[in-house]
Design a protein around this ligand. Structure first.
Ligand code: SF4
Ligand code: SF4
Length: 285
């Protein structure tokens, strides 16, 4: 049995100040950080003990996790477990990445996002270069805002060809045909992001072979449908897994619609679904 687990604990703070983000420069009080650490420790214990399932784990903190030692330690620990296929975290790459030398690069990977205005492009590229030296798989993304275009182009030009750069459509923004073509020039898969996907009553792997887990172990089918379907720590999640139809009108986040069956994105991103690396990359010229 294969299961993808998206984990999100209570942490909701970030060292960056992105103007488009509600978690910008938010601070978590010490008790929340302690609770986040305890919840993550419990979760990694569950992963380690659940050896009858082939697990792929994506940490999707509201804020930035890799500035916290417990997320770095979890990445390293889980990467060495034989039943863990992949362990990935979404990160702004603000923190140094040398600790990944202790992780198994066959399973540890990063979903990184470049936030112009928050980190110098050259510094970001140095982090990417270090990931390359360490043999760690990663994708790089940007939010498709007009003010990011020049930086995104420069980043694409400077990244190694075999590193995929994705572009996310900015929340609530409509792209005309010319803008869509511009961003598609940087990310040939931008078309999946540019408009929300109609998902109501369509079959989705979420709740069947992918689940979302909160810090207290609450299991939901995905991050976007709040109804719990079980709990990780009482074992009730097992009986909850079954084929399901989406109950939301739309799905507009990659970590959701990558599991929407009619889109076939698990094939497009085969071998790199969680770190968002397409199977065929670089594309043949
Ligand atoms: S790096 Fe991410 S979490 Fe932090 S402020 Fe920017 S968008 Fe928000
Ligand atoms: S399509 Fe999106 S919102 Fe619907 S079940 Fe799948 S992941 Fe959740």
């Amino acid at each position: 049995m294969n299961l993808t687990v998206l984990y999100r604990g209570p942490l909701a703070s970030c060292n960056y100040d992105c103007p488009y983000c509600p978690f910008a420069k938010r601070h978590d009080p010490p008790e929340l950080l302690r609770a986040d650490r305890a919840a993550l420790t419990r979760f990694t214990g569950w992963v380690a003990a659940t050896t009858d399932v082939r697990l792929s784990v994506l940490f999707t903190p509201w804020g930035e996790g890799l500035t916290r030692s417990w997320y770095r330690e979890a990445m390293v620990t889980l990467s060495h477990l034989p039943h863990v296929e992949r362990v990935v975290i979404q990160t702004n790459l603000a923190a140094r990445v040398d600790w990944l030398a202790d992780a198994d690069p066959r399973s540890a990977a990063l979903w990184t996002t470049f936030h112009p205005g928050q980190i110098d492009r050259q510094q970001f590229l140095r982090r990417c270069a270090r990931l390359g030296e360490l043999g760690v798989r990663y994708s790089v993304g940007v939010v498709g805002l007009p003010e990011h275009l020049d930086e995104a182009r420069a980043l694409r030009a400077a990244l190694p060809e075999d590193v995929y750069l994705w572009v996310n459509a900015a929340d609530g923004r409509r792209y005309d045909a010319a803008e869509e073509a511009t961003w598609t020039g940087l990310d040939p898969h931008f078309g999946y992001s540019v408009r929300p996907h109609l998902s109501l009553d369509r079959p989705c792997h979420a709740g069947e072979s992918a689940i979302s887990v909160l810090g207290d172990g609450t299991v939901r089918r995905c991050h976007f449908i709040p109804t719990p379907i079980g709990n990780l720590y009482d074992g009730s999640w097992r009986a909850a897994l079954r084929p399901r139809l989406c109950s939301n009108a739309i799905c507009d986040c990659h970590i959701g619609y990558v599991h929407l069956k009619p889109l076939g994105l698990r094939d497009v991103f085969a071998g790199g679904v969680l770190e968002r690396v397409p199977a065929a990359w670089p594309l043949p010229r």
